[in-house]
Design a protein around this ligand. Structure first.
Ligand code: SAM
Ligand code: SF4
Length: 443
């Protein structure tokens, strides 16, 4: 038999993108080919997200689509990621055509697991933890971009916000040792990458077991020391996401002020603008605490772009409490906002609370918040007109082959007319026009 081809589809956050890159690296080294086409692949792996019920339903819908698209030989279908970890054996029952279940801790073992399935084992499952001995490796061939690399620094979460499934699907917090992170960033720089994004559910809760790699770098927390250590590699641009408000130390802002290559963007999810709701969510911060973190970000000598996440319709959230969220959004003037309608997740404390907000009311709150955010965002984006921003050119714009596209250091999408030989380079662009979600400019 020749080499079998594998197609991996990724749903959800950057952690899943990074896991797909890691799995692809293992598979290619194990003698499999990787393909972009689900229609012709011998094996289709779905790397899943479980943050909301809708995301989970997508998996079963997609398995059906893959099967129905083939007339002859069916592919071997496997499920990876958060749904695999949570549902385990249950997936074989809900979707009998799935033959392989690979939990979030088993990404590195994907090659051996697939060999067993290909070898004839009817059902193969691994939802065990990651082994300490497993090293973090991603081949540059498997990166989602040839200019920007995701570098996970912490996995899992210990916070147990009452609505959230992540501590169950990704397990407890585990920080990667700094020396491995630094080595990876240096290697990426040599390979020509222009930007790294340090990723994790809560990057600023970074707390490695060992000092290695952080020696000689000062800072109030291990994370701000890591930021300075990564900055000293000379990687041209460094971004990090997501930051957890309770653990956000002003020293992070200081580090950004000191190092030009630490980008001027902070993603700091607030979730709600009312103290009772925040307590019920068990976020560990009050509105006032959040505002003081924002004040430290706004006091930076650079203009730091601030983005956030908000959940509307948490159980028990009254209209007045939702008004408090609108008030907070008016005050913070976020440069971007992800709005989520609350979705109960099985096993979480909030799922046991009575759902007091109807679906129609959740939609109303979602739209009210979105309308407010759009009006703020239009003004914020407009204020960039006339300014010069630094852009990593990522490729052609989706709308027109005449335009190139990239992100600014403050993580805004910007399009501009220029020659394609600028792709992969960092250029200065003068902003000429602002839209709600993007900027337009000229080199
Ligand atoms: N660790 C980050 C933090 O604490 O802000 C968030 C990580 S979570 C993967 C991304 C976002 O999903 C959260 O900020 C939250 O807004 C949203 N989310 C999580 N659970 C949810 C739920 N049950 N219903 C709706 N949105 C949810
Ligand atoms: Fe989920 Fe809260 Fe952990 Fe973020 S901090 S991943 S919202 S439990």
């Amino acid at each position: 038999m020749g080499r079998l081809s594998v197609h991996i589809e990724t749903f959800g956050c950057q952690m899943n993108v990074a896991d797909t890159e890691r799995a692809a690296t293992k598979l290619r080294a194990g003698g499999f080919d990787l393909t972009d086409s689900a229609d012709s692949a011998d094996v289709v792996l779905l790397n899943t997200c479980s943050i909301r019920e809708k995301a989970e339903q997508k998996l079963f819908q997609r398995v059906g689509e893959i099967k129905n698209a083939r007339i002859g030989r069916q592919p071997l279908i496997g499920v990876m990621g958060c749904v695999a970890q949570l549902e385990g054996e249950g997936i074989f029952k809900s979707s009998p055509s799935v033959r392989l279940v690979i939990g979030t801790g088993a990404t590195d073992r994907v090659g051996d697991l697939l060999e067993r399935a290909v070898g004839g084992e009817r059902r193969v499952i691994d939802v065990a933890e990651r082994k300490e001995s497993e090293t973090y490796e991603i081949s540059h061939l498997e990166r989602h971009s040839s200019h920007i690399a995701f570098v996970p620094i912490i996995e899992g979460c210990n916070k147990f916000c009452t609505y959230c499934i992540v501590p169950f699907s990704r397990g407890r917090e585990r920080s990667r040792a700094a020396d491995g992170i630094i080595e990876e960033v240096k290697r990426l720089r040599e390979e020509g990458f222009k930007e790294v994004q340090l990723i994790g559910q809560n990057v600023n809760s970074y707390r490695p077991k060992v000092e290695k790699g952080l020696e000689g770098h000062t800072g109030a927390t291990p994370f701000s020391r890591l930021l300075r250590a990564v900055a000293s590699t000379g990687m041209p641009r460094i971004k990090f996401t997501t930051s957890f408000p309770r653990d956000f130390h002003p020293d992070i802002v200081k580090a950004i002020d000191e190092h030009e290559n630490l980008c001027n963007w902070v993603h700091l999810p607030v979730q709600a603008g009312n103290d009772r709701v925040l307590r019920a969510m068990r976020r560990g911060h009050k509105v006032e605490d959040y505002l003081s973190k924002i004040a430290s970000i706004k006091s930076s000598r650079r203009r730091i772009s601030l983005t956030s996440d908000i959940i509307v319709g948490f159980p028990g959230e009254t209209s007045e409490e939702f008004e408090d969220t609108l008030k907070l959004v008016r005050e913070c003037r976020f440069h971007g906002l992800y709005i989520f309608k609350y979705s109960p997740r099985r096993g979480t404390p909030a799922s046991k609370l009575p759902e007091t907000v109807s679906e129609a009311e959740k939609t109303r709150r979602f739209l009210a918040l979105e309308t407010l955010q759009m009006s703020i965002q239009r003004e914020v984006f407009q204020s960039y007109v006339g300014e010069e921003v630094e852009v990593l050119v990522e490729g052609f714009s989706a709308r027109s082959r005449d335009d190139l596209t990239g992100h600014t250091t403050c993580n805004k999408v910007i399009n501009f007319r220029a020659d394609s030989d600028l792709i992969g380079k960092i250029v200065k662009v003068k902003v000429r026009e602002a839209k709600t979600h993007s900027l337009y400019g000229e080199v």
